[in-house]
Write a protein that binds this ligand. Structure first.
Ligand code: HXC
Ligand code: NAP
Length: 293
C-alpha cells in the first residue's frame, strides 16, 4: 500500500490562488508544496520573512510553481489586512484561505499566566478570525464566488484535552466558526471546512508537545489503532481535495485524519485490546455459563 502517493491529477488546482498561514514550516509547507505541484499560486505567510523567502525559493525550484512570501503576524488585524492587499495586488484574487498557523505548548494550566493563555488564543482563534473576516468581507464586497476557507483544527477541538487547554479552547472556537459560517456565508459562494489531524511529526509540534525528555515515554504512534503516525502527503492529499473544485458540495464538514486515534481513547471497552487472543476462549465460556442467571 502506498499511502504517500500523490492523489489528485496534475492540474487539479490550476488557476487557483491559495493563502497558507504558517506556510513556511511543518504541515503548512507540505500542503503548500503539493498545492504548487497541482498548479496553484500559493502565498505563504508567517512572522519570519527570512524563513518564508528561503522556502519560496526552495519550492519554486522544486515544483516549477509560483509562490509569494509575505510577513504577517495573524494576531494583528492591520498586518492581516496589509497581507491581503499585497496578495490581491500580486494575483488579482485569492480563491482559498488555509488557516494553518498555530501556537501551542504543553503545560499544567495552573502554571499558565493570563498572557500565556492569551498568546495561544490570539494566534489560533483570533488569528483565524482576523484572516477569515478580512478575506470573507472582500469576497462579499467583490461578489467573488467559488471561494473557500479551510481550517486546521485537532480532534481535541471536540474532546478537549488536559495540558493543552488554551489550544483546545481555541481550536473548539475555530471549529464552531467553521460550522457557523458554512451556513451563514454559503449564500456568498463561500465554503468552510476543517481538517482534524492526528499525530503528524513536525519540528514545531514535537519540540513543544513532545520535548526530548519525554519523547521515548510517550510514543504517539502507540495511541493510534493503525500503529503509526501520519505521513505529510496523506494530509496534503486531503487538503488539496478540499481546496479543489472536486469538493464543491462539501461544506461545514470537519474531516478527521488520525488513524482512529481519538476514538480509541473514547470507546469504553477499547482497553480490551490488551487481552491476549488465547484468553478469549476462556472468557467466552465464562460469559456463556452465566446465561441462565
Ligand atoms: C508556560 C509559557 C511557555 C511554556 C511560553 N510561555 N512558553 N508558559 N510554559 N512552555 C508564556 C510566556 O512566558 C509568556 O507569558 C507567553 O507565554 C508568551 O510567550 P512568548 O514567548 O513571549 O510568545 P511568542 O514569542 O509570541 O511565542 C508564541 C509561542 C511559541 C506559542 C509561545 O511557542 C511559538 O512561537 N509557537 C509557534 C509554533 C507552534 O507553537 N507550533 C506548534 C503547533 S502544534 P508571560 O506571562 O511570561 O508574558 C499544534 C498541534 C496540535 O497545535 C495537536 C497535536 C497532536
Ligand atoms: P509548525 O510547523 O510549528 O507550524 C506553525 C506555523 O504557524 C509556523 O509556520 C509559524 O511560523 C506559524 N505561526 C505561529 N504563530 C504565528 C503568528 N502569530 N502569525 C503567523 N504565523 C504564525 O506546526 P505544525 O505541526 O506544522 O502545525 C500546523 C497546523 O497543524 C497547526 O494548526 C496545528 O495546530 C495543526 N496540527 C498539527 C498536528 C501535528 O501533529 N503536527 C496535529 C493536529 C493539528 P512563524 O514561527 O514563522 O510565525
Amino acid at each position: 500500500m502506498n499511502y504517500t502517493a500523490k492523489m489528485l491529477r496534475d492540474d487539479a488546482l490550476k488557476g487557483k490562488t491559495i493563502v497558507v498561514t504558517g506556510g513556511g514550516s511543518g504541515l503548512g509547507k507540505s500542503m503548500t508544496t503539493y498545492f504548487m505541484e497541482l498548479g496553484a499560486n500559493v502565498i505563504i505567510t508567517s512572522r519570519n520573512i527570512e524563513k518564508l523567502e528561503r522556502v519560496k525559493t526552495e519550492l519554486e525550484t522544486e515544483t516549477g510553481g509560483t509562490c509569494l512570501a509575505l510577513a504577517c503576524d495573524v494576531r494583528n488585524i492591520k498586518e492581516v489586512e496589509a497581507m491581503h492587499k499585497k496578495a490581491i495586488e500580486a494575483f488579482g484574487k485569492v480563491d482559498v484561505l488555509l488557516n494553518n498557523a498555530a501556537g501551542n505548548f504543553i503545560s499544567p494550566t495552573e502554571r499558565l499566566s493570563a498572557n500565556a493563555f492569551d498568546t495561544i488564543i490570539d494566534i489560533v482563534l483570533k488569528g483565524t478570525k482576523n484572516c477569515t473576516l478580512t478575506f470573507g468581507k472582500h469576497w462579499i464586497d467583490t461578489k467573488q464566488k467559488n471561494t473557500s476557507v479551510l481550517n486546521i483544527v485537532t480532534t481535541y477541538a471536540w474532546t478537549g484535552s488536559a495540558y493543552v487547554v488554551p489550544s483546545a479552547t481555541a481550536k473548539a472556537g475555530v471549529l464552531a466558526m467553521t460550522r457557523s459560517l458554512a451556513v451563514e456565508w454559503a449564500k456568498y459562494g463561500m465554503r468552510f471546512n476543517a481538517i482534524a489531524p492526528g499525530p503528524f511529526p513536525t519540528k514545531g509540534a514535537w519540540d513543544r508537545l513532545l520535548p526530548e525528555d519525554i519523547r521515548d515515554k510517550f510514543d504517539l504512534a502507540k495511541k493510534v489503532p493503525l500503529k503509526r503516525v501520519g505521513a505529510h502527503q496523506e494530509l496534503s492529499n486531503l487538503a488539496a481535495y478540499l481546496a479543489s473544485d472536486f469538493s464543491a458540495y462539501m461544506n461545514g464538514e470537519v474531516i478527521t485524519i488520525d488513524g482512529g486515534e481519538w476514538l480509541k481513547g473514547a470507546g469504553q471497552m477499547n482497553l480490551l485490546e490488551q487481552i491476549p487472543e488465547a484468553l478469549w476462549d476462556q472468557l467466552e465460556a465464562a460469559i456463556r455459563s452465566k446465561k441462565s442467571n
